[in-house]
Design a protein around this ligand. Sequence first.
Ligand code: GLA
Length: 379
Amino acid sequence: MKDSLVAQFAAAFGRAPEFVARAPGRIEFIGNHTDYNGGPVLGAAIDRGVWVALARRDDGLRIFASDQRPGAVTLPAATPPGRQTGAASWVNYPLGVLAALPVFGVPVPAGFDYFAASDLPAGAGLSSSAAIELASALAFVAATGAAADREVLVQAARHAENHFVGVPCGILDQGVSGFGRRDHLVFIDCRGPRFETVPLPAGVQFRIFNTHTKHALVDGLYAARHRECVAAAAALGVAQLVDATAAQVAQAALPAIEARRARHVVDEIARVGATVTALRAGDLGAVGRLLAASHESSRALFENSTAELDFLVSALTASPHVYGARLTGGGFGGAVMALTTAEFGAAEAEAVAAAYAARFGTRPDLLQTRTGDGAERIL
Ligand code: GLA
């Protein structure tokens, strides 16, 4: 990937890059919509991601190009640009990072040539946005020679998403992309936030089934869930739902929708803790049951699943080679992840895809992936 990125950079800008960084996509393992409620979450960085190459310019221009779209976007460094729309909207991720880093006291380069390349399917629920944010942050920091902690870069990337891109997400995606480690899951206590890694038992595999379905209102629905959770916390008299107990939620006279959202979040927070315990004990059967319970709660209480995701989860769970399966990420379409034994092979994945195609008329994309390391500077 590095060689092809350098070649693409040279084709676009007629010279070699000075700096290269990469950051991985992520799987949300368990902890659905717990992050912005202050709860814990478990994710895995995967072995695919976004690569960013950069070389400084001395004319104050910032020129952005990528392997995903033709043409380049040129913007002056001197006048901080607003949010881009249309074909240029992908540039909002690096622009958001450029706006966020100074908020955390980290300087950014003035002019530069920038090229982003990805081997992460976009729109697959694997957080290509966090990957481009983290890779960009590392490249910008390399270009100024500033020192910045990994945690600061993660916080700045989330800030970019919240304040520039305009998604009120928690810290899951950027935290896992930043702190990922091969053969490990990343545990985030989102209150701190505090980042840890938990070893993944040997012999397990991840399979991703991307439905390519996306609810037309997905961004609005995510924001609505966020608001419902904030309202439930306020009605319970706690700062965030992480501070509420299951008994409090059961006894409170909350409006029906807020009661369901709060029950999901409070139970899901308990499931994340139970999953860490089961992983440390090597009890993959218990992990699988927790994954299944998480999906069922997303479906029935948080109401962010879809018929397509439910179908895949049932088809996968029926296999003796699948520990558990659940929707991964925001929901309302997107992807299902399955934790499987090594025996779950291509033929079995194909059979699930064929059954899905017979039911819905389109095939899901299949991805077998391994855990990978977090964001790093390559050059
Ligand atoms: C998206 C957001 C994350 C998290 C998940 C749901 O992936 O970006 O911050 O809220 O949804 O758990």
